[in-house]
Design a protein around this ligand. Structure first.
Ligand code: GLC
Length: 474
């Protein structure tokens, strides 16, 4: 009896702590859900090669994969890395570029699969301070600029794959056709026999040692040396085990504000959100969890000198709207050159988003998934206020007859065009809400109409058919 009483007392004492913890976890997502838009930066020694190796154009994958794709020996790759000297790096201008485009957070590759740390590390000499003539910690400089301009900062960290620090894992890839092994479309025998590695130097330590001696200490360095870290962005859990994942999870427990994606280890370390890549999920694929689509502006994450397949401003802006209309975040990537320059086309794309956001940002920030799904003429985002629900209709296809129909019977109090705050006439017709528009679209990419409803929509009205399955690739 006494024992039960004691257990009850302990439980009662723990309860508020647990409740507090649950609350903290909820709270930590607040800024992230409000943000809706962030910048991804892929930057490292691979940027020096720009997708070219000995005159060979890397055919598959992002340029940050070149070491693996072309099976570059460790010593040779390091001879490139030791020349990395980003003298044109101007972190403040990067932060301002992101900020002006309306981005609320930055995630930078602290260490990609090549294993090169873009920060001073005591766990591996293969880092920008100890290994290069630049000698400065680029993350530290970025963290300072972010603090100055009130930008959240997160770190991408390749925790499992590491092709330079011995013991790190390596995804098995075909040796590029036409390079070294001209007629092979298969993974070569050495790579098959050595768990994805292609150089004996990668195997002088076990994965366990790598995790304990490099990855875990480096994650600790990242979390303790750069002020408050907003996000840790894991990637490709190749050969991750529960035991390894636990080690990272344990560090995270000390930093309850840190948000993580779901790539630490699948499926039992789901993190705080899902991270589909290069793909915007359909509404039917969403399961109510938070999500963020990361996407490149051309086809490569890391700088690729010859990749000119740039998304135009229409695609970029409409992607952002589409993602917000489904309740997700857009993490849009830039791949600076090894010297530290952002490709002109990326800057142009971001400036176009900037111009659109200045007028229409209200339709993105702090909005939630729309109750109406994809519309034939555009997308819709939603905000709930005490007075009632606001719907933002982003019109991609401006109706020729000047009448826009939203097939719903909501009670509308007011309709305005965000551009110039012009009041619009509307009526509830048999077809739904009919809004009278000016003849010409104010913005050929997306013009936003703000519809203020007289009441707050209920959850059932907002998410009528939430599905349990979520099979998008992340
Ligand atoms: C990947 C790739 C990679 C890139 C990333 C972004 O799966 O391995 O190079 O950093 O995901 O989502």
């Amino acid at each position: 009896m006494g024992k039960i009483l004691l257990l009850l007392i302990i439980w009662l004492l723990i309860l508020p702590v647990r409740a507090q913890r649950a609350k903290t976890v909820e709270d930590k997502m607040d800024w992230w859900r409000e943000a809706r838009f962030g910048m991804f930066i892929h930057w490292g020694p691979y940027s020096m090669l720009g997708g070219m190796y000995n005159g060979h154009r890397q055919r598959k994958g992002g340029a940050e994969w070149i070491m693996n794709r072309c099976k570059i020996p460790v010593a040779e790759y390091q001879s490139y890395a030791e020349r990395m000297n980003p003298v044109k790096y101007d972190p403040e201008s990067w932060v301002l570029l992101a900020k002006e485009a309306g981005m609320k957070y930055i995630i930078i590759t602290a260490k990609h699969h090549d294993g090169f740390a873009m920060f001073k590390s005591n766990a591996s000499k293969f880092n920008i301070v100890d290994f290069t003539p630049y000698k400065k910690d680029v993350l530290d400089e970025l963290a300072k600029a972010c603090r100055k301009h009130d930008m959240k900062l997160g770190f991408y960290y390749s925790h499992a794959q590491d092709w330079n620090n011995p013991g790190g894992s390596a995804a098995r890839k075909v040796m590029e056709e036409g390079w070294l092994n001209p007629d092979s479309a298969r993974i070569d025998q050495y790579t098959l026999d050595h768990q994805g590695h292609w150089d004996a130097a990668q195997q002088t330590r076990s994965m366990q040692q790598y995790i304990e001696e490099v990855a875990v200490p480096q994650v600790k360095e990242l979390l303790s040396n750069y002020g408050e870290v907003a996000v840790i962005w894991w990637d490709t859990p190749v050969r991750m085990t529960d035991e390894f994942a636990e080690k990272f999870q344990k560090i995270l427990d000390e930093y309850p504000q840190v948000i993580t994606n779901g790539r630490l280890k699948r499926p039992n370390f789901p993190g705080d959100y899902r991270a589909p890549e290069q793909k915007i999920p359909d509404l039917s694929e969403l399961d109510g969890r938070d999500w963020e689509t990361c996407m490149t502006m051309n086809n490569s994450w890391g700088y690729k000198s010859y990749d000119q397949n740039w998304k135009n401003s229409e695609v970029l802006i409409r992607n952002l709207i589409d993602i917000a209309s489904k309740g997700g975040n857009y993490l849009l990537n830039i791949g600076p050159t090894a010297e530290g320059e952002i490709p002109e086309q990326s800057i142009e794309g971001l400036r176009a988003i900037d111009r659109w956001m200045k007028v229409n940002g209200e339709a993105i920030y702090g909005t939630h998934r729309s109750p109406v799904g994809a519309l034939p003429w555009g997308r819709c985002t939603r905000k709930d206020t005490d007075k009632g629900t606001i719907l933002y209709l982003s019109v991609f296809e401006w109706p020729e007859n000047g009448r826009l129909i939203l097939k719903k019977d909501y009670k509308v109090g007011k309709a305005t065009l965000l551009n110039g705050e012009l009041d619009l006439k509307f009526r509830n017709s048999g077809e739904g809400i009919e809004i009278m528009l000016p003849e010409k679209a104010p913005d050929p990419i997306a013009s936003v109409i703000k519809l203020e409803l007289t009441n707050k929509l209920s959850l059932e009205q907002v998410i009528p058919d939430i599905k349990k399955s979520f099979d998008i690739v992340d």
